[in-house]
Design a protein around this ligand. Structure first.
Ligand SMILES: [Zn+2]
Ligand SMILES: [Zn+2]
Ligand SMILES: [Zn+2]
Length: 370
């Protein structure tokens, strides 16, 4: 009968040298039912959440919104945005923004569909800290499973992390770093407690025959790093000689965001739009959303269906989906054509923020000209 699977030796972290010389030896970790095989310092990956005991509520189709009106900006708004843009660039002369004459304004408003999936994932790893009188509770009760531990969730749709000690897993061990002595040799003086005098370089003499006043002729001086003791408090146990060893639960909340922007032919690159907001036409927050349907632009409906399906596939096995939110924004984009100094130029005003993009601004680098 092969019995090698029993006992704690099998839970040794593979290749523990990898963690550096101060990594604790495998023998420091007990076997905790439900937590077999977890690594030191992580690396064991995220734990799949348990299948819910009852079926989650079915998502409901959101009410369709009949009114999708399109705002447009005035010439004054366009001009003012352009002026602000020019004055925020120290190297841009203001003349084109001030004196340019607008010849046409064209709307290229577009839609942005956004799906947010707020997830919680959990992983566990062995950890330790200096023992300073904390409660020691291993085996006093069965340790709760990683997904049974209560944590307080942060506000939804915001990234956050939280570490928590798994109850009933903490035990006391002699510190591996100092062999339980609480002290480690001083690295500055290699444990000697003193080192070569930096003023006389060890000779004890300075400037001919004078005795070195810094070391009184000794040629050596006390090590200031260890106050001459040759050793310091162990950094791992802070001099307490013992470590509290326990399993740490790491909880990570992530807001996974995906955008789809309907293609528009204005010439403005779609990357620019990630920095601005639009007019919110639709918003639906549920435990799990049902892809939006019946939106006038079929590309939005298709993107919604695809992204909802992708998020389900990507996030439901390694994490727990807590909430989803889908929004549709109308992002105003106006292409402004203007004449300045005899030639035609264009710029874009976009977003609720009236952001301006003017890649062909005609009068840059006033600093070098002046
Ligand atoms: Zn000296
Ligand atoms: Zn020292
Ligand atoms: Zn120590």
């Amino acid at each position: 009968m092969n019995n090698s699977g029993e006992g704690y030796a099998m839970f040794a972290p593979q290749g523990s040298n990898f963690h550096g010389p101060s990594a604790p030896p495998a023998s420091m970790f007990d076997s905790v039912p439900g937590y077999e095989g977890i690594a030191v310092g992580g690396g064991s990956g995220y734990l799949p959440p348990p299948v819910p005991a009852y079926p989650p509520p079915a998502p409901e189709p959101a009410p369709t919104q009949p009114e999708w009106n399109i705002p447009s900006i005035t010439e004054d708004t366009a001009r003012e945005a352009f002026r602000l843009y020019a004055s925020s660039h120290c190297c841009y002369r203001k003349a084109p923004a001030v004196d340019g004459v607008i010849t046409s304004m064209d709307a290229f408003n577009t839609y942005r569909y956004r799906l947010e999936t707020f997830t919680e994932s959990r992983s566990t790893e062995w950890d330790h800290e200096a023992y300073t009188g904390q409660p020691v509770d291993a085996y006093t009760q069965p340790a709760p499973g990683p997904w049974d531990i209560q944590v307080s969730a942060p506000a939804p749709f915001q990234d956050h992390t939280q570490d928590k000690q798994v109850p009933y897993t903490s035990s006391l061990k002699d510190c591996h770093n100092c062999m339980g002595s609480g002290r480690t040799p001083c690295k500055e003086c290699a444990g000697a407690g003193n080192k070569v005098c930096w003023v006389c370089n060890g000779s004890g003499i300075r400037g001919g025959d004078d005795q070195c006043s810094h070391c009184n002729g000794r040629g050596r001086e006390n090590c200031s790093h260890c106050d001459g003791h040759g050793s310091n408090d162990c950094e791992t146990c802070k001099g307490t000689r013992q470590l509290l060893v326990y399993i740490k639960l790491k909880v990570k909340w992530t807001n996974n965001i995906d955008d789809f922007v309907v293609e528009q032919s204005s010439g403005l690159k779609v990357e620019n739009l990630s920095k601005v907001t639009g007019k919110e036409l639709f918003k639906d927050t549920q435990y799990m959303v049902y892809p939006v349907m019946g939106f006038p632009d079929p590309a939005v409906n298709q993107a919604a269906e695809r992204l909802v399906r992708d998020h389900q596939a990507n996030y439901s096995s390694s994490a727990r989906i807590l909430q989803q939110r889908q929004t549709i924004e109308l992002i105003p984009i106006t292409k402004v054509t203007y004449k300045w100094s005899g030639s035609i130029h264009t710029y874009f005003v976009y977003g609720n923020e009236f952001q301006v993009n003017a890649d062909d601004y005609p009068a840059t680098c006033c600093c070098t000209v002046m």
